[in-house]
Design a protein around this ligand. Structure first.
Ligand code: PGU
Length: 412
């Protein structure tokens, strides 16, 4: 028989969200009272959208399917995506600053984050915000760029953790960046919910240039930013085109978590150390191991970027932001401090709550036992996430209100 890929053996036990789903199943199996509606388990765990697709965007999907049944509208493979969709993405999100061959349509940000790692191979070091979305680390492990740390050590070898804590305003100390590394950077951040300012991103781009690094900027939550002073894209920062790639998605703004549609911007200015074009390689890699996003989903995406669709996106994000405000208020009443308290609003669907001195999984268990509410333990996002809990605002309003009422059981 063949040997198992040692990179897989190097991965920590399970991907965070399936592990949480397993604990939920075990809890409901051992607590039959959760079958009653008033005791049901409510999830503020995984960031999975819950509201139906808004009508205009939904009509785009229906129209996409209808077209496939006609001679004029039928289409087959189209590796890099519908040209109209790429044009619209450039116009709506980047003020027309990219040509369509710099925008690649994907089946979601997570999938492209995994594939992008192929561009740089196993020989690189990765620098990540700690805490961060687990796919940056797990993907690096899978490609062989990171491996299990020695006994008694946290984290992975090959990964440089950049702690983002209350003390540094959840923005890392960039002097810790090594030379020639791949930087994963997410803003609005998952899990802290903190959005980096223009000054901070300017410093990030400068550090990437100074240290010959490439940034993979994950902007999956950009449409949740309400403060007009905060940048929604790394490409709002001068100099970013020659050091950054941006991934984004229709999942969180348009409710496409199940539909699957995203995009990646690889500027032509971006070059490897040897001067070769990263854009040309990305085209080659995606053409080889990815055969393009569903054309039906792309018609949905086109509708989402029409004025009516954009209005629906804003409304949908406002709805989840309303949920986030409810969670923050409930925690504040209990004296639990959260990242971004006092900023006067939320620019992200996540609330990052601090339980000083406690173990994240213990707090997760306590919230599950006392409130029948699922959360995400902060330590699952990296060593600096210890003692934190992430609350997701993706849920129906009635469930959110009920969960917030139950959170009061944590007091005293
Ligand atoms: N990037 C970030 C920062 C995310 O938080 C997520 C989803 C994605 C990308 C994935 O986007 P897609 O376009 O849908 O692929 N994070 C969720 C869901 C967990 C998961 O397994 O992806 C979360 O709860 O963190």
């Amino acid at each position: 028989m063949l040997h198992r890929n040692p990179c897989i053996a190097s991965l920590k036990a399970g991907y965070l969200f399936p592990e949480i789903a397993k604990r939920r199943r075990e809890f409901t199996a051992s607590h039959p009272e959760t079958a009653k509606p008033e005791n049901r388990v409510i999830s503020l765990g995984v960031g999975n959208t819950t509201e139906p697709l808004p009508p205009h965007i939904n009509r785009g999907l229906i129209e996409g399917a209808r077209r496939l049944g006609t001679a004029e509208g039928y289409s087959g493979y189209q590796d890099e995506g519908l040209p109209e969709l790429r044009e619209r993405i450039s116009a709506v999100f980047y003020r027309g600053g990219f040509t369509i061959d710099e925008i690649f349509i994907s089946d979601g940000a997570q999938c492209d984050i995994g594939r992008l790692q192929l561009l740089f191979g196993a020989g690189i070091q990765a620098a990540i915000q700690d805490p961060s979305y687990p796919v940056y680390v797990d993907g690096s492990v899978l490609i062989g760029a990171a491996s299990a740390a020695s006994e008694g050590q946290t984290g992975y070898r090959g990964i440089v953790y950049l702690p983002c804590t209350a003390e540094n305003g959840f923005f890392p100390d960039l002097s810790r960046l090594p030379e020639h590394c791949l930087i994963y950077f997410c803003s609005p951040n998952n899990p802290t919910g903190v959005v980096s300012t223009r000054e901070q991103l300017t410093a990030l781009v400068k550090a990437a240039h100074d240290k010959n690094c490439v940034i993979i900027f994950d902007a999956a939550y950009s449409e949740y930013i309400r403060d007009p002073a905060l940048p929604k894209s790394i490409f709002e920062i001068e100099g970013a085109k020659s050091c950054a790639i941006e991934v984004n998605s229709f999942s969180k703004p348009a409710g496409f978590t199940g539909v699957r549609l995203g995009w990646t911007v690889v500027p032509k200015e971006l070059k490897y150390e040897g001067g070769e074009s990263v854009n040309a390689d990305w085209s080659r890699v995606s053409g080889t191991i990815f055969n393009g996003a569903s054309n039906i989903a792309q018609y949905g995406g086109l509708a989402a970027l029409e004025p009516e669709g954009l209005r629906e996106i804003r409304e949908l994000c406002d709805f989840y932001l309303g949920n986030a405000a409810l969670i923050r208020e409930s925690l504040q009443k209990l004296g639990i401090s959260c990242a971004g308290d006092g900023r006067g609003g939320n620019d992200s669907p996540y609330i990052w709550a601090h339980f000083p001195g406690r173990d994240s999984w213990d707090v997760f268990n306590e919230i599950l036992e006392k409130c029948h509410v699922i959360t995400t333990p902060g330590s699952g996002f990296g060593p600096a996430g210890q003692s934190f809990i992430r609350f997701s605002s993706f849920g129906h309003r009635a469930d959110m209100e009920e969960a917030c009422r139950r959170l009061s059981r944590l007091g005293g």
